[in-house]
Design a protein around this ligand. Structure first.
Ligand SMILES: *Cc1c(COP(=O)(O)O)cnc(C)c1O
Length: 216
């Protein structure tokens, strides 16, 4: 089931704020994706490789698939050429693998680097130092088959506005350091915190439960 009121509200929000709405369809039926597709929506987010591959094969080719889950290196090959954007690139090793597989397929894979934001909620993401080192290699041309389009972050699973503000602001300050015509997306904000995230600089929000209902 898709909440169409919520979809319209989020579309309106994104058009006034100038952000991209990613409909996070993990664990949801293809039918639900098609409901939004038929409204003209094209950006969908998935977290699990096997589930994504099934949907990729079954659904229209002009969908922009955002891979937003944690990606293991041994699964990169399966995604190559199928994603619009991979959000959670959380290590140099993973970036090397994505570059290698894209090279073999003679294409360029678009990615976001994931910055570690929360204290203990998620162990994934680079710290400031790692990001700096990886960005240096990127600007010196070490990864010719990836295009790094910005940063992604996941804030703590908390309703404490102060904590969330601190985390999103940190992401924004790092984003601003590297911002360019190509490095232009800050992917942050989910159903519970997207308004705060966009107020603090996010221009790409990933919304699941508000659109498709809760997941069990
Ligand atoms: C599941 C998920 C979302 C969507 O979360 P909701 O709270 O359902 O909106 C966003 N980003 C990532 C990385 C996710 O795994």
């Amino acid at each position: 089931m898709v909440n169409m009121d919520s979809y319209r509200e989020l579309k309106g929000f994104c058009s006034t704020q100038g952000c991209i709405l990613i409909a996070v369809s993990k664990l949801k039926k293809e039918e639900d994706i098609m409901t939004l597709y038929n409204e003209g929506h094209r950006d969908f987010g998935e977290n699990y490789v096997q589930e994504f591959l099934g949907k990729y094969e079954a659904l229209p080719r002009d969908i922009n698939w955002h891979y937003i889950g944690h990606l293991q290196r041994n699964k990169v090959k399966m995604l190559t050429g199928k994603t619009h954007l991979i959000h959670g690139v959380d290590s140099e090793k993973l970036l090397i693998e994505i570059d290698k597989e894209a090279g073999k397929a003679a294409l360029v894979t678009r990615v976001l680097l994931q910055l570690h934001l929360s204290g203990e909620e998620s162990k994934f993401g680079m710290d400031e130092r790692e990001l700096y080192e990886v960005m240096n290699k990127i600007t010196s041309g070490t990864f010719p088959h990836v295009k790094v389009c910005g940063l992604m972050g996941m804030a703590s699973f908390s309703s404490d506005q102060e904590v969330l503000t601190k985390e999103f602001s940190f992401l924004k300050s790092q984003f601003d350091l590297y911002r360019s015509d190509e490095f232009k997306f800050m992917s942050a904000g989910m159903s519970g915190d997207y308004e705060l995230a966009t107020r603090l600089g996010s221009n790409m929000i990933r919304i699941g439960s508000s659109l498709f209902g809760s997941r069990q």
